[in-house]
Write a protein that binds this ligand. Structure first.
Ligand code: PEP
Ligand code: MN
Length: 352
């Protein structure tokens, strides 16, 4: 990263960017409250870094040790002096002092189902409505989400999400599974979700990033933290740093039954907070696969410092077409939110 002097002019900044591009790299210009920092994107071996040290307006050239740079805490501290980033979705702040809850069905099943759940989660205190239109499923023989029926059906289900969100004053998030879905989904939702299975799809990450919308980015169940952040860098490299990281459980170890769907890695929350300025939320639903564990694991996630939660909710979990075993009711969600808000007040106020 190239750290500019506090009084560097626009011309000097433009000149540095031009030089970077000459070497076939891209530049991330981060204009902060303190100073401008320019991140190099690409193969740094191609650039004689000493050359930049002598350029007008440049204070110093610093290397970042980690494989991820634009999403690293170091990078934002130099430019903004930021400890944590707040992502704005309309009036909603993600990563701020108040708890953010994204809740809704695993899959959108019908307009009636969605509206009823949307009303329930709003009353319970959630701010974002979730609902899958394109479902990643292990078996091709199971329900793949309404989006699988065709473009028209997908668009109809997306329009219900939008309608439910607008009706109850909720932002909406849904998952995209492939590049062909990006344009369509971006027209309807406030936040685009990249699911665990697609964490490594760099072409998909770049394409979604270029839409400029906030992205809910879920950790793959086999990914280490360094890998997770390294791939988040593909989003940031497109100039989109509105990335909400989501811990959703990793593969359990051992031979016997684990009794949970995955292992919720809660240490990931404070570790990620040390490494990055991006907000982190936790999904206890997919992590545990058990509705009886949602309350306790939500509390633990907030105690660990998470900015929010993603929780699957259904008015009649037994009737849900997908993931009913882990869905809680709107009344149960309300209890979770009440306790978690109390816990969040106890967690030390964030430095910014
Ligand atoms: C989901 O949130 O709907 C989902 C499928 O989660 P994950 O990608 O974490 O499995
Ligand atoms: Mn689910």
């Amino acid at each position: 990263m190239i750290i500019m002097k506090t009084d560097a002019t626009a011309e000097q900044i433009a000149h540095v960017v031009k030089e970077i591009k000459k070497h076939g790299l891209r530049a991330d210009v981060s204009k902060g409250a303190f100073r401008t920092v320019i991140g190099l994107i690409g193969d740094e071996r191609k650039v004689p870094l000493e050359q930049f040290t002598a350029m007008p307006g440049v204070k110093e050239v610093l290397g970042i040790e980690t494989p991820y740079k634009l999403v690293s805490r170091e990078y934002s501290q130099y430019s903004h002096g930021l400890e944590h980033m707040i992502i704005k979705v309309g009036d909603l702040e993600i990563g701020g002092d108040s708890l953010v809850v994204m809740a809704g069905p695993c899959a959108v099943e019908s307009k009636e189902q969605l509206l009823r759940i949307a009303e329930g989660v709003k009353r319970a205190g959630a701010q974002v409505l979730r609902g899958g239109v394109f479902k990643p499923r292990t078996s091709v023989h199971s329900f793949q989400g309404l989006g699988a029926a065709g473009d028209e059906e997908a668009e109809e289900a997306l329009s219900w999400l939008r309608e439910a969100g607008d009706k109850f004053g909720l932002a909406v998030v849904t998952e995209i599974r492939g590049e062909s879905q990006v344009d369509l989904v971006a027209r309807y939702v406030d936040i685009i979700q990249i699911g665990a299975r697609n964490m490594y799809d760099q072409d998909l990450l770049s394409k979604v990033a270029r839409k400029g919308k906030p992205i809910l980015y879920k950790r793959h169940f086999g990914a280490g933290i360094e890998e997770f952040l390294s791939f988040a860098e593909y989003i940031a490299a497109e100039g989109n740093k509105d990335i909400i990281l989501c811990e959703r459980g990793i593969i359990p170890i051992g031979k016997g039954r684990s009794y949970t769907r995955y292992t919720l890695d809660l240490a990931a929350v404070p570790v990620l907070q040390k490494e990055t300025y991006l907000p982190i939320i936790v999904d206890p639903s997919h992590a545990t696969g058990r509705r009886d564990l949602i309350h306790s694991m939500s509390c633990a996630a907030i105690a660990a410092g998470a900015s929010g939660l993603m929780i699957e909710v259904h008015y009649a979990p037994a009737e849900a077409l997908v993931d009913g075993q882990q869905a809680i009711t709107p009344a149960e969600l309300k209890a979770v939110i009440t306790t978690c808000q109390r816990i969040q007040k106890q967690v030390a106020p964030r430095k910014r």
